[in-house]
Design a protein around this ligand. Structure first.
Ligand code: 5GP
Length: 144
């Protein structure tokens, strides 16, 4: 998958937005949705997507949609800090398969980091659903 291509309505995040498959939701407004990464690189690994955008990546997203996504990224990152007290927070976003993108619906990763705790591999093991739900609730409770 390159930087160019058709938006696939059947991608996994489109299915999550449509409620066709479950996700541990953290935050939702009219435009955006934040939910836990099911194959997290660490505790609190959260993803933010636009709910109506058909952008595959940063290069084809409408600026207004990007603004909405980034406002939610900031809001959720603040809540992650309050809820989980990390020492740092990584915000990442991949464009095209060679850059590490695996789901072609624009999304931003929020990854809390703690001193001395190594990051897990991108897209490694699936998290326990109950644990993910508990983390999502903890972060959601800290949203302001
Ligand atoms: P990308 O590699 O495209 O930047 O990130 C896609 C992310 O989606 C990966 O971190 C992966 O763990 C996550 N992911 C893949 N499938 C699912 C899923 O079904 N549910 C959730 N919540 N996350 C997923």
């Amino acid at each position: 998958m390159s930087l160019d291509g058709q938006y696939d309505e059947g991608n996994i995040f489109a299915k999550i937005v449509r409620g066709e498959i479950p996700a541990a939701k953290v935050f939702e407004d009219d435009d955006t949705l934040a939910f836990m990464d099911a194959f997290p690189q660490g505790d609190g690994h959260t993803l933010v997507v636009h709910k109506r955008s058909r952008a595959r990546n940063l290069l084809d997203v409408e600026p207004a949609e990007l603004n909405a996504v980034m406002a939610t990224v900031q809001r959720v990152a603040r809540a992650v800090r309050t809820a989980l007290a990390p020492d740092g927070i990584v915000v990442t976003q991949f464009n095209g398969a060679p850059a590490g993108q695996t789901v072609f619906h624009l999304h931003v990763h929020i990854l809390p980091r703690w001193e001395g705790v190594a990051l897990g591999r991108h897209g490694a093991g699936m998290a326990d659903g109950v644990e993910l739900g508990a983390l999502a609730a903890q972060i959601a409770a800290a949203i302001v």
